[in-house]
Design a protein around this ligand. Structure first.
Ligand code: KE4
Length: 427
């Protein structure tokens, strides 16, 4: 496959945007080589500027669960465009998307629409602090919640839970109120609440992790988070930006049977257009300005075109549920990838929830960041490029999840497994 046009366009991008990209995840930093410049998408496929067709398992990092250019979403966007693009005033389409979210996610009684997952998580932790009057936010190593200053932190020294900035520009003052714990470590959660419980405003975590690769919470871990937050008067925040409408129509909270106090959403909820959302108990949400005093605002929040795309996507998922078919296709892919790795005597484990999964170059099980970070990322890079050359577009990092869409066919899954079998055998 030729990538010459991608190389030329990406080279030109270097002098225009930092690293030639508008988000670092796209820069192929951990797999090397030049990112493919994408020209268009159709269903389960993307086409790069060199005319190569690839089976797309990134899907814009999750939003395109229906596949690219789904007719119902296209029609909804086209119809919305005839009325204008943005008004900065209430529109009925915002009511419609809010109602779809509230009807879908049991714990969400009221919702605020924003423009990204980052805005959703940033706002949710501000709300948790405003509602409780407390300062500390607990997060977990290996969980990503967007580029929120206070969550761009790494485990610090001393108690191993004190956070320190892990990006220039994030101040010690910003990170001092963040505690970092280990995912799936129940005793660590109990110890943190024993030491700081009356100062903890909230706990935010990924109820299925996508951002260290797909890592699954133990049921005891979920129960411990719910019990400790309830007992201490802290808020439990499910960051469902990735899992919302992905692992189930009602998100991870539907499959785990745990009720959070706040939920953050993004990706699928906008159908590929820039939308995030945060919502939860009405007594909490009514603290948000102008109902309450916790400030949060946005020029393009609830944008009519984005709401049309999001509502059309959620209606399609609600009325023509793809989840059983996604489960069947995803199980076949996960089983086949594991079998191919085993046949090639590669030390790998596949971890999956619904239509999100990761092939770790790791003996597994991967239960936390310490486990994940021991993966063989060099082998992953060769696996990634081997699949690119065979027309399969996997997430460009060991620490991401791949996504199966409703547009993927049995043939696409089989073609992917055929390619992976060869690539893994030749690694
Ligand atoms: P955005 O601000 O990128 O819309 O959402 C941030 C976010 C929040 N919470 C979770 C659980 C997320 O996964 C994300 C964003 N996910 C990454 C990919 N793992 C987005 C890709 C990128 O940064 O370009």
């Amino acid at each position: 496959m030729s990538y010459e046009n991608s190389k030329q366009i990406f080279q030109a991008a270097q002098s225009l945007m930092p690293g030639g990209v508008n988000s670092p995840a796209r820069a192929f930093g951990s797999v090397g080589g030049t990112p493919l410049v994408i020209d268009r998408g159709e269903g389960a496929y993307i086409y790069d500027v060199d005319g190569n067709r690839l089976i797309d398992y990134i899907q814009s990092w999750g939003p395109m669960i229906l596949g690219h250019k789904h007719p119902a979403v296209m029609t909804a966007i086209e119809q919305a465009l005839t009325k204008g693009f943005s008004f900065g005033a209430p529109t009925e389409g915002e009511n419609e998307l809010a109602e779809l979210i509230i009807d879908a996610v049991a714990s969400v009684e009221k919702v605020r629409l924003v423009n990204s997952g980052t805005e959703a998580t940033m706002s949710a932790i501000r709300l948790a602090r405003g509602f409780t009057g407390r300062d500390i936010i607990v997060k977990f190593a290996g969980n990503y919640h967007g580029h929120v200053d206070s969550l761009l932190v790494a485990a610090g020294s001393s108690a191993a839970t004190l956070a320190v900035p892990n990006s220039p520009g994030v101040t010690a003052g910003t990170s001092k109120d963040t505690l970092i714990l280990t995912y799936n470590d129940c005793q660590g959660v109990r110890d943190a609440f024993a030491s700081h419980g009356d100062r903890i405003a909230g706990v935010i975590f990924e109820p299925v992790v996508g951002n260290m690769g797909c890592v699954i919470p133990d049921s005891e871990f979920l129960q411990t988070l719910r019990e400790c937050t309830t007992a201490s008067g802290s808020l439990l925040i499910f960051d469902e930006v990735m899992t919302g409408f992905r692992v189930a129509y009602g998100g991870a909270q539907q499959i785990w049977g745990i009720t959070p106090d706040l939920t953050t959403l993004g990706k699928i909820v906008g159908g590929g257009m820039p939308i995030g959302a945060y919502g939860g108990r009405v007594d909490i949400m009514d603290h948000v300005l102008p109902a309450g005093k916790v400030f949060q605002a946005g020029t393009l929040s609830g944008n009519p075109i984005a709401c049309a795309a999001g509502s059309a996507t959620l209606r399609e998922l609600r009325d023509h549920s793809p989840y059983q078919r996604l489960e069947t296709l995803s199980q076949k892919l996960a089983t086949g990838l594991q079998e191919a790795a085993d046949a090639a005597k590669q030390v790998c484990c596949v971890q999956r929830v619904g239509s999100m999964m990761t092939l770790f170059f790791n003996s597994g099980p991967v239960r936390c960041w310490e486990d994940a970070s021991a993966s063989d990322t060099e082998s992953f890079g060769r696996y990634f490029w081997g699949l690119i050359d065979k027309g399969v577009y996997m997430p460009c990092s060991q620490y991401e999840a791949l996504f199966v869409s409703a547009a993927h066919s049995e043939d696409d899954i089989q073609a992917t497994l055929d390619a992976a079998t060869t690539v893994l055998a030749d690694l």
